[in-house]
Structures are given as C-alpha cells and as structure tokens.
Write a protein that binds this ligand. Sequence first.
Ligand SMILES: Nc1nc2c(ncn2[C@@H]2O[C@H](COP(=O)(O)OP(=O)(O)OP(=O)(O)O)[C@@H](O)[C@H]2O)c(=O)[nH]1
Ligand SMILES: [Mg+2]
Length: 297
Amino acid sequence: MSTFASRLKNFFGVHENLSEEVFEDLTDLLVEGDFGPAGAYRLSDKLRDVCKKERIDDPEGARRILVGLLEEILLKTHSRVKPLGEILSPGKLAVMLILGVNGVGKTTTAAKLADLFRAREMRRPILAAGDTFRAAAIDQIKIHGDRLGLRVVAHQQGGDPAAVIYDAIEAAKAGAGDLIIADTAGRMHTKTSLVEELKKIDRVVESKAGEADYLKYLILDATTGRNACSQAEIFKESVLPDGVILTKYDSSAKGGAVFSLAEDLDIPVIFLCTGEKYGDIAPFESRRYAEEFAGLA
Ligand SMILES: Nc1nc2c(ncn2[C@@H]2O[C@H](COP(=O)(O)OP(=O)(O)OP(=O)(O)O)[C@@H](O)[C@H]2O)c(=O)[nH]1
Ligand SMILES: [Mg+2]
C-alpha cells in the first residue's frame, strides 16, 4: 500500500463519526493525493450527500461509499475501454504510437507492449525506432529488440521519425509482422518544432496505416502527480491520445491524477506499469484502482 493510501485508510480510522470537519479534512487530503481542487470538493460534497441520504454515520461506511464514488468517476471514461483481448481487431494490421515527455518510460513501455501482445494475443510485433532525436535512443530500442527477439526498423540519428514508422508499416505489409509499436522522442510542449513534428508523424501514420487499427498511447509517469494532467492536456491539443499508460506506479505514487484525467480530460488509463521488467505491465482495473487509492485493497 502506498504511503498516501495508508494515510487515507488511517484518516477514516481515527474519526468516530462523520462531522462536517471530516468532509473538509477529506477535501484537503484528496488534494494532497493529487486530486484537482475542484474534483476534491465535488467528491467530498457528493460523499456527504450520499452518506446523509443513506443514513451512514460511521467513517468505515463512508469509506466504502467513497470507493464506489471513485470507481464511478473512472467508469465514465473506462467503460469504453476494451479488455486486452479486444483491443486489436483480429487479422488486422495495428499501429501503436507511443507518446510522452522525456524520461516517462516510453521506450521501456514500447518493449513491454510488444512482449505482452506477442505472448497474450499471438501478435508479431515490429518495433519502430521513432526517437531519432536523442543520441543512444536507437541503440536502446535495438537492445530491447535483441532481448525479445523482435525486428526493429531504424534509420540514422537525426532522421525523419515519420519515415521510420512509414518503413515499419511497409515491412509489416510485406509480411514481417502485424503490430507496429513506434517509440518517439520525448517532447516538451514548449518546443513548438517537436509538437509540429508530432502532428506530421500522426498525419503520415494516419494515411499510411489506412484500414489498420491505429492507437495513440500517452505515457505518463505516476510520480509526477498533477503535472501528468498538464502534460495530457497539452498533448490532447496536438494529437488526441486514445488512452494513457501510467508508469512507475510502483514508486510511491499517490495516484489521484488518474481521476482528473478521467473526469476533466475524458482520457482513460489503459495499462498500469509497476516496474522495469517486461512483465511489469497490466490492464488497468477501475475497481481495484479505486480500492487501492482509498487504502482498501
Ligand atoms: N520503477 C519503474 N521504472 C520504470 C517504469 N517504466 C520505466 N521505468 C524506468 O524509467 C527510466 C526511463 O525509461 P525510458 O523507457 O528510457 O523512458 P523514455 O520516456 O523512453 O525516456 P526518453 O527517451 O529519454 O524520453 C528507465 O530507467 C526505466 O527503466 C516503471 O513502470 N516503474
Ligand atoms: Mg526513450
């Protein structure tokens, strides 16, 4: 259990009844847990209303209601997320574009996804070395390719990333694979040229992929708290992500930002990553996440 989850657990444990103060303190605590202030108020108010209506007067009962309300927030966006086995259309080429700012875990996650979809969905992934910007990025993805025994399509450093992904799609169409997972360079929103480059990659993939499934995953680092929401907001303006993959959830993340992603930005989390190994990735589960956040799991 994360430090924050145990604080939330203890919070309910120390109160004997549900005074007004409890709801006020809960609002503050939710904000500390990376909830947005407006969302934290809304949630506390709703919890107070439900407790009143259902005549719940004990903090443990309130916590059970809270978990239900947290799950409800997630389900607004997560009910449209398909289970792992239905993410990709059978027999169809698929392209996954991996996006995010520097250091969030894009390259590692690209390799994890390749491993997961090969093992669980019998896919034949090709890794596309779309980070042509950073020195050593191409070698890094080639190392993953070697370890996993996967084909890697790469050009020279400084090359056009859209061209790399174009070639990977060509290779797949020629029979080398049926799932392209394209790494990209980390980019900050302040770098207009990189944002423009991203739009170009998106246009090229969109037209080249044709009938293929095309999924854009935004990688967010759970330890960055509310900053993750700002990143998502900015990416959403240039390339709309189909979903988020939340990394480093193992590293004492508080986790409240995920509720804002759903409630304010309408972006669901598709996978949760909990470590550096290939197997440390799993489909996101709303109920479980809500329980863990509230210190119930
Ligand atoms: N603990 C933990 N570490 C992770 C996770 N995912 C990635 N990492 C680590 O985070 C660091 C950065 O990962 P990369 O995959 O290189 O990140 P990136 O976004 O490709 O980085 P740039 O290409 O430099 O923008 C590495 O040390 C990874 O092992 C995770 O889920 N948990
Ligand atoms: Mg990288």
